[in-house]
Ligand binder design. Sequence first.
Ligand SMILES: NC(=O)c1ccc[n+]([C@@H]2O[C@H](COP(=O)([O-])OP(=O)(O)OC[C@H]3O[C@@H](n4cnc5c(N)ncnc54)[C@H](OP(=O)(O)O)[C@@H]3O)[C@@H](O)[C@H]2O)c1
Length: 272
Amino acid sequence: MLFVESNGAKIPAIGLGTWELRGKTCARLVEQAVRLGYRHIDTAQVYENEREVGDGLRASGVKRDEVFVTTKVWTTHFAPHDLERSTKESLNKLHLSEVDLLLLHWPNPRVPLKETLGGLAHVRKLGLARHIGVSNFTVALIEEAVAACPEPLVCNQVEFHPYLDQTKVRQACAAHDIAVVAYSPVAKGRIKNDRELARIGQAHGKTAAQVSLRWLVQQNVSAIPRTSRIERLSENIGIFDFELSEQEMRLISAMASPKGRLTDFGFAPKWD
Ligand SMILES: NC(=O)c1ccc[n+]([C@@H]2O[C@H](COP(=O)([O-])OP(=O)(O)OC[C@H]3O[C@@H](n4cnc5c(N)ncnc54)[C@H](OP(=O)(O)O)[C@@H]3O)[C@@H](O)[C@H]2O)c1
């Protein structure tokens, strides 16, 4: 396993995304993933599966300190007091005394960012999170957050795959030693039908999804593919035994298009 390092954090380069995984399926997938070598699990309060993620982690039998666990605080809990209370709730559900990484899930313009970041830093000081970070932050918000946060931010989790150019966000993050963690790294499954990626993969004995994940990891980005199929867990972590050439990297980067974003960035979370 490779790691992405940032501001003192060491984030395993591949993690399991768990959005939409629920109940026993979620617990079983997390357990299997950890047994197969995954050392990074991504959940969130709003996924309503923290309890099952915790169940899966315990069932795997792997020691707590060997797995990097991320959860995210939902936007309705950004007032500092709510942030602390809801983090404690998350930890209760996960059956953990701390998470490795606690993120603000989306920006929320209704609560001053400085206040929320103060709350996040406080939660870290209390020992409830080893590291803190943000998600879905634009370049302007990254700059604002770095200036306002009393503790180092280690991560900005954003949508990233070959169809989306994230150069600007990546540069802003790099300038502050903030790691980029890629969500939707196989473009919500669309990658599997990509002929060009499949062609590149063939030369390495790999699938199109593995090429996409390798392309991210080779740029020092951590990726958190989600699957509900046990057989795909091995596929998605099987990317550490081959390397894309510079030319292949360039070809894949050239696939980005202005319409490549799959998440509606104008999506307005329910603030109240
Ligand atoms: N911070 C945020 O705002 C945010 C937003 C979105 C997601 N996330 C996180 O990022 C994780 C991943 O993003 P995502 O779930 O949007 O998209 P994703 O991981 O790019 O795609 C998941 C989809 O791709 C399919 N898939 C997975 N591996 C595959 C493979 N090797 N070959 C073919 N198809 C494959 C899965 O189907 P099967 O189940 O059938 O395998 C599923 O439908 C989430 O689960 C969540 O943890 C965070």
